[in-house]
Design a binder for this molecule. Structure first.
Ligand code: ZN
Length: 312
């Protein structure tokens, strides 16, 4: 009897291990974005809530196996950055949509990690201007790494005249409703528009690379320049932070699925990825998809951490 029980247990443990191996296998595949061509990797597919068990907003744009652009750096995304196999030393630029914690909380951790890499080139950081509630990009970076910053022990990465291996170069982008190119390096260009995210200064970004156009909505209620920026995009990453029917503050900050669908359709985007998934939208994927499908006929995918989307 006991040996029968033992065998049964062994089989069950075996099945469990096989299951783990399959899950790990799938995960390992999801992590690899180091392929030929242009691809977007979702480092963080969640919002601010830790209970969603997702890292907060962050994306990498890869080209031919090299991570070239980082968009946002929400909490948890620094770990995902490491898991992705990317290196700060390889990045051309960091772009911020805005400075809510779930879009910027891991910035200092990424910079500290770069200390152990061999970066020599300056690292440009672009993000919005400030207002009474939020710092401008230069102020945000300075609050960490400036002479009086919280992490002033790393000030050589920012303060002119101090000897660091490289320098962070923060820039404030005013942004308007019309797309404006703010960064170019070879075949890589980044353009921004101002979007509405309550009273928080916020930008949407378009990255053009290898002949592909990728647009990141950031957090927005859909007003502002997003539709114009997204015109003809090969991939639009939109934030699924509120369900259909959201009202009040939620609606002033975020776009419901119907608005995402409308913008994707009118901008003729080729592929739509939904991210910034929160407890209030998780589990409502069918409803979300149905609302979008009433307006937009293209492919729609829901993002998970480390997913890699080839941009063709
Ligand atoms: Zn957010």
């Amino acid at each position: 009897m006991s040996s029968l029980f033992q065998e049964d247990r062994t089989v069950r443990v075996g099945i469990l291990l096989l299951g783990c191996a399959l899950i790990l296998g799938a995960r390992a595949e999801a992590q690899s974005c180091r392929t030929k061509g242009v691809a977007v990797q979702v480092l963080g597919s969640g919002g601010p809530e830790l209970e969603d068990k997702r890292a907060s907003s962050s994306y990498l744009v890869w080209e031919d196996g090299r991570a070239r652009v980082l968009v946002d750096a929400g909490g948890g995304s620094a770990l995902r950055f490491g898991e992705s196999g990317a290196q700060i030393a390889q990045l051309d630029v960091i772009l911020f949509t805005h400075f809510h914690v779930d879009h910027s909380g891991d910035f200092a951790a990424l910079v500290k990690s770069s200390w152990f890499e061999d970066r020599k080139m300056a690292l440009p950081v672009y993000g919005p201007e400030g207002n009474d509630f939020m710092p401008a990009t230069t102020e945000f970076v300075g609050d960490f790494f400036g002479e009086r910053g919280a992490y002033r022990y790393l000030s050589e990465l920012l303060v002119p005249g101090e000897e660091g291996s490289y320098k962070l170069q923060p820039h404030n982008v005013a942004g308007s409703a019309k797309p404006m190119e703010v960064f170019r390096s070879g075949d890589l260009a980044a353009s921004a528009v101002r979007v509405v995210h309550g009273g928080v200064p916020a930008l949407a970004w378009r990255v053009e690379l290898g002949g592909r156009k990728i647009v990141f909505s950031g957090d927005t209620n859909g007003e502002g320049g997003l539709k114009g920026l997204a015109a003809g995009a090969d991939l639009l990453v939109a934030h699924n932070a509120v369900p259909e029917g959201a009202e009040g503050v939620e609606r002033r900050l975020h776009m419901p699925p119907s608005v995402i669908g409308e913008i994707a359709a009118e901008a003729h985007v080729k592929q739509l990825v939904l991210s910034h998934r929160m407890l209030r939208t998780l589990g409502k994927e069918n409803q979300t998809q149905a609302e979008i499908a009433k307006r937009y006929e293209g492919p729609v995918e829901f993002a998970n951490d480390l997913d890699c989307f080839a941009v063709r």
